[in-house]
Write a protein that binds this ligand. Sequence first.
Ligand SMILES: [Zn+2]
Length: 584
Amino acid sequence: MKKTTLSLSIAALLLSACNDDSSSKDAATEQKTTKAAQEETIKAKETTPEQKSEEAGKHQNNFLTAYDNIDLGQYKERVKTLSSDEFEGRSPATEGGRKTSEYLKAQFEAVGAEPGNGDSYFQQVPLISIEADANMQLQLGDSTLEYSKDFVAGTSQTVESIELNDSDLVFVGYGVVAPEYNWNDYEGVDMEGKTAVILINDPGFAQPDAGIFQGKAMTYYGRWTYKYEEAARQGAAGAIIVHETAPASYGWNVVSSSWSGPQYHLPSSGNEPKLDAEMWITLDQAHNLLKQSGLDLAEMQQKALSKDFKPVPLDSRASVAINNTIQESQSANVIATIPGKKNPDEHVIYMAHWDHLGSRPNMEGDHIYNGAIDNATGTAGIISIAQAFKQLPEAPDRSVTFVAVTAEEQGLLGSKYFAAHPTVPLNKIVGAFNIDSMNVSGRMKDFTVVGYPKSEVETYVEQAAKRQGRELRPESKPERGGYYRSDHFSLAKFGVPAVYGGGGTEYRDDADQATAAKWDAMRGECYHNLCDEYHEDWVWKAAMDDIRIFFEAGYLLSNTDDYPNWYEGTEFKTIRDQSLKQEQ
Ligand SMILES: [Zn+2]
């Protein structure tokens, strides 16, 4: 049996199948089409087209059987269990969190997937929680800022106290160093011990038609995490991000609430520079600050849009003292695998974060953040996909590995840990699919791929979506930088081409529009809220559609020898090219 040509022909066959989901069994019999048969003739002269076609047809039938048999009842049961009060909102490093990871292990075991970390299903993730004492002030020149109202501050260093003492302030525009765009906001300034004042988002946002960066779509240079990382690389002691609602895509309340309470981090690896103080200030305070140096914020924002922008030292200095309560804890990524039969050392990865926001025991009434959509739906989704792969009579050529990560809500920590301590070499991960919060509102005409187009892995999703008559489209608000806000990004940062998608932008004509609108409203209102709870009457078929697309995309990728890469001009292509050249 010629596995390589066979795999190719499966892909060709699947490609030619373009029908609606439920009738795919009928389509299977139609599959011995002329188009596929012609390809067979070209690909394999030594066997007759009839023999090859019959072989491929069998594979096609096997695939479609597994595809059709993904069980809705079991999927619902898993979503229901994961989002039940018993799991206490699945906060990492709590009893509910431990219960969740044990449950996932049992589920992967039950569907027949093997341990993915040596002989264990667990990868322990050390976590450090740092809670800054809210009783602090930030002194900027001659103004004293009030915590939470005017500023927030913290440090990712594991220290009980740390301070900035009269640190010189420098306005660095967007604080971006992007060689591929020939852009350096730190040019000619020595930041050692100083504090950078930085605008949020990237220069493409304010002038989407100027042909710089990716226009309105946010690049990683626009994310607040990047701003701190770059300032630290420049040797700065502190960094202050200027909040502005439109370019940040959220209001000040989101900044102040998400910075309150304990913040989780991974233990420092030691070789990553870190700031002493990471801060945000309100737009009003930024106006005041620049005025103290005789500057106008609006004018400086304008200047920062140019490649010729040069950093501007301010006349004032920053002081803040941060006192922390530090606690060490542990949670686990749950990893399962289905070894490939031909190239087991090459992996297709499915990811979903299992954690959510936990509970607030001292709140009255309902106090459990059940996180049903976010992300019981996605976690249950990858178990269904593992089960579907196990329904195939034989394993795919490449290994398929499922990583249910922890501590996403605290800053993608579980996936960051996995990427820093991968259970398989990163250059042997041929592609990754991340599912975070599935669509349960209504069935879609299209399929959203966040950040689209970014990599060739998307072409596999595109093929899979065709079977449901759906085409790929980017998300409706790319300026929010959604691509940098879920777990696949932890892998992308190390060059692994990864797709994050699901749902769509347009409901099918036969979808119940009123129902869709109702669940959409719930999704919006209940995001990170107590009401993100399980509903028996969700439009479950919508989630099943997407699970099938992910299954097929991974199935196709796991049965080729193709190494999909990032498209030219994406942030991660250089890293991938370098990583592919390295020995494993
Ligand atoms: Zn979330």
